[in-house]
Structure formats: structure tokens, C-alpha cells
Write a protein that binds this ligand. Structure first.
Ligand code: 5AD
Length: 351
């Protein structure tokens, strides 16, 4: 089995059945080897620096009704908010002063009429902090809106495909949503010159290992600059409230597979991973991830942005806890890399 890891590292590709074999493998020594190789590749490309992105949770209002998500529109137990322009700019200002050079605007999908407000907001952030990268994670929009957002100054876009199997997609989302549209959005974003991120929840309801292999192969083919993966975590007001939590171990295994497949990709050690296990972030970094996304949102709104139960937004997961994050990274010989951390297409391979 270790040779599969070597092949993936050297050729950045495996046959479907071998991806599945790696996902299924219960030999601890192979899994350890996979993580070691992935961590080595990450260090070869990025050193011991971990990029940070300041996350601003713009709104928990959402026009969609994804069955797994705590801010789905039919959840009437959520106190809805939309940050004001001033609150967003204040959050960015605080982030800038702390040293952040990437802002991620994430939120539920607002109604179409709100697009001009978002576009103006992007323009304002671009004008005030011209040396910062602006990443959006705001869901599905028509092409012309993505285009206007890009023109206003957005550089990157995160849009997880969630699953590349249409039947599985249908089990996670209401019929108004479709995998085709999600994939269409991803290809528009690419065409428009965004650095694009996609990904899945690990252990989402009805997901099989074969589905994950399909996701790996879609990502292999799509070649995103960023890959976002976190365990599924139930939220008590959703139809999947009693579904079990996704596996941290499998999430980390996927970080390693994607690191070997894409040596220079930006792969966050996600909040979801850190929310289910106290050492989650460190496990993720040791498996080859190289980004963390602390929360910059005004503290009084954070509880309302509850995509899942137990979402961590304090201590090292929060911008105010940056010293704690630094200490945590230092404990494993890493540090924060404060640069914008853009995707660099040149692949330096060790000869
Ligand atoms: N558990 C884990 N991740 C979730 N997300 C939404 N709901 C959950 C949940 N219950 C993830 C989705 C989405 C991202 C913003 O958050 O993958 O793309």
C-alpha cells in the first residue's frame, strides 16, 4: 500500500480503485506514511509558514434550503442578520491592523437585489486595502454578477461542489438546486479569472466512499487553486439533526491525498475539523494543509452564524486569539505567513 502513496506523490494521480484503497486502508503505518509524505510536500512548497485568512461572516440570511445547513431559509429559529457596510469595513480594518492580508467575505445567499450592495462593498474594500486579497464565499450567482464582483476587485471565490454525484446532491439539497448549476458556476468563476476553491463535507449524509472517489476525480480534473474540506457536523434544527459527525481521520486523509495530487494548492485546516476535535487544526497541518481562517466577524453575531452545532469561533479560531494560534503553530515548529498567499502556479519539484 505504501507504493500507492509513492505513486500519488510522484505522478500526482492514481486509478479510481487505488484512491478507494487508500480511503479504505486500515493499516496505521500506511496512513502515517501518507500524512508524512503530504506534510513533506507541503513543507517543500511552503516551508513551515501557514497562511491566514480573516473570515467575515457577512450574513446568515439565505435564499437556499440545503438540508444540512443551520442557516437554511426554513430554519425559523435563527436570528437573521446582515452586517452593515460600516461593520464589514470595521472588521476588515481590525483584521488589517492585526496583520491579515486576505479577507474572506462569507455568507448565506442573499436575494439577487442585494448584488449591487455586495459589489459596492467589494469596491470599497479594494479601494481601502489595495494590498489585500479579497475572497468571496457567497454561493451561486448569475455570471454577470460574478463578473461585476471580479471587476470590483474580488480575487478568489470559494464554492464547494459538496458532492459530484447528482443523486447524492439531490439528497442534500432541495430540487430547486442542481449539481449542474453548481458546476456551471465553478466554470464561470474560473473563466472570469478568479482563483477558485471547491470541496466537500466529509461524512455528509448518504455519502459513500465511491462518492468520495468521484469527488477526488472531479477535483483532479477541475484543478482548483484551493480545496476546502471539513467533516459534516449535524445542526439541531435541520433534517439531518441526528446524523452522525463526519470523521476527522478521513478528513485528514483527504487533505493528504489532495496535497500529494496538488503540491501547491491552498488547503485550509478547517474550522469544522477543529470544532470536532481539540487538536483538529494541528492534525490538519500535519496531514499537509497550509491555511487557517480565523474569524474576524463582530463577536455579537458569531453565534448566529451557526452552520452546524459546536462551531468554534473563539480562542485560536478567532482573530483576537492570534497569539494562541501562533503558540499552537510554534509548538509544532510552524509560524504564520502573513503574506497574501496567492496561488503560485510554478511547481518546484525536488529532483
Ligand atoms: N457541517 C459541516 N459543514 C457544513 N457546511 C454547511 N453546513 C455544514 C454542516 N452541517 C459547509 C458547506 C458549505 C460551507 C460554507 O459550510 O460545505 O459549503
Amino acid at each position: 500500500m505504501k507504493e500507492l502513496v509513492d505513486i500519488l506523490r510522484d505522478e500526482q494521480h492514481l486509478e479510481s480503485r487505488n484512491y478507494k484503497a487508500l480511503l479504505e486502508c486500515d493499516d496505521e503505518s500506511v496512513v502515517t506514511y501518507l500524512h508524512e509524505q503530504a506534510q513533506n510536500v507541503a513543507i517543500e512548497h511552503f516551508g513551515h509558514g501557514i497562511f491566514v485568512r480573516g473570515l467575515v461572516e457577512l450574513t446568515n440570511v439565505c435564499r437556499n434550503d440545503c438540508y444540512y445547513c443551520g442557516i437554511r431559509k426554513s430554519n425559523s429559529n435563527v436570528e437573521r442578520y446582515v452586517l452593515t457596510t460600516e461593520q464589514v469595513l470595521q472588521s476588515c480594518k481590525r483584521g488589517y491592523e492585526l496583520g491579515f492580508r486576505t479577507f474572506v467575505l462569507q455568507g448565506g445567499e442573499l436575494s439577487r437585489e442585494k448584488a449591487p450592495w455586495i459589489i459596492d462593498l467589494i469596491g470599497e474594500i479594494r479601494k481601502r486595502w489595495s494590498d489585500c486579497a479579497i475572497t468571496l464565499s457567497l454561493g451561486e450567482w448569475p455570471r454577470d454578477v460574478y463578473k461585476a464582483m471580479r471587476k470590483a476587485g474580488a480575487d478568489r471565490y470559494l464554492l464547494r461542489h459538496e458532492t459530484h454525484n447528482a443523486e447524492h446532491y439531490g439528497k442534500l439539497h432541495p430540487t430547486e438546486m442542481s449539481l449542474n448549476n453548481r458546476i456551471q458556476c465553478l466554470s464561470w468563476l474560473k473563466e472570469l479569472g478568479y482563483q477558485v476553491g471547491t470541496g466537500i463535507m466529509v461524512g455528509s449524509p448518504c455519502q459513500s466512499l465511491d462518492n468520495i472517489v468521484e469527488d477526488i476525480e472531479f477535483i483532479e480534473h477541475f484543478k482548483p487553486e484551493m480545496i476546502g474540506l471539513g467533516p459534516f457536523i449535524p445542526q439541531h434544527d435541520t433534517p439531518f439533526a441526528s446524523h452522525h459527525v463526519g470523521s476527522a481521520e478521513l478528513t485528514c486523509r483527504l487533505y493528504s491525498i489532495f496535497r500529494l495530487m496538488f503540491p501547491n494548492a491552498l488547503i485550509p485546516s478547517t474550522t469544522a475539523l477543529n470544532s470536532i476535535t481539540p487538536k483538529g487544526r494541528i492534525m490538519g497541518i500535519k496531514a499537509g494543509s497550509n491555511v487557517v481562517m480565523p474569524n474576524l466577524s463582530p463577536t455579537e453575531y458569531r453565534d448566529n452564524y451557526a452552520l452546524y452545532d459546536g462551531k468554534s469561533h473563539i480562542n485560536a479560531e478567532a482573530a483576537e486569539g492570534i497569539a494562541q494560534l501562533e503558540a499552537q503553530l510554534a509548538s509544532i515548529g510552524y509560524h504564520i505567513n502573513w503574506s497574501r498567499g496567492d496561488f503560485k502556479p510554478t511547481i518546484k519539484r525536488k529532483l
